[in-house]
Ligand binder design. Structure first.
Ligand SMILES: [Zn+2]
Length: 121
């Protein structure tokens, strides 16, 4: 029974590992849209119609680091962020399955040793 569930966990892990290949480049951080003024007094933003600026926000030791994303790269960077998130979630799930496999393995061995001992007595 326990051996069966180890195999089930391993099958699930193998399946996840097949989708582990990144389909686009990846990038750390999250995408953010911010409203900004450019500082020119004759610009429409001075009267409240602000410009949209795009940023990549990344947390490093509790502080956020932002990187400006040029408009022409916005759509591309959005896919990198999404792919990074997908790969990270997969990695997390695979790592968690590996942990479950170890735990179950230890438990199974302990039960097998217990049986061997009682058979010898
Ligand atoms: Zn402006």
């Amino acid at each position: 029974m326990e051996q069966k569930s180890i195999n089930m966990l391993k099958q699930r892990r193998a399946k996840l590992m097949k989708s582990l290949t990144a389909l686009t480049p990846v990038i750390d951080g999250s995408f953010a849209e911010v409203k900004v003024t450019c500082g020119k007094s004759n610009c429409k933003c001075a009267s409240g119609e602000k410009h949209t600026s795009y940023k990549l926000v990344k947390k490093i030791q509790g502080r956020s680091k932002t990187t400006h994303i040029p408009r022409e790269l916005v759509e591309e960077v959005k896919t990198w962020v999404a792919e990074n998130r997908r790969i990270k979630a997969l990695m997390k799930e695979i790592a968690s399955l590996s942990e479950q496999i170890i735990r179950l393995h230890v438990k199974t061995n302990r039960a097998a040793n217990q049986n061997r001992k009682s058979a010898a007595e």
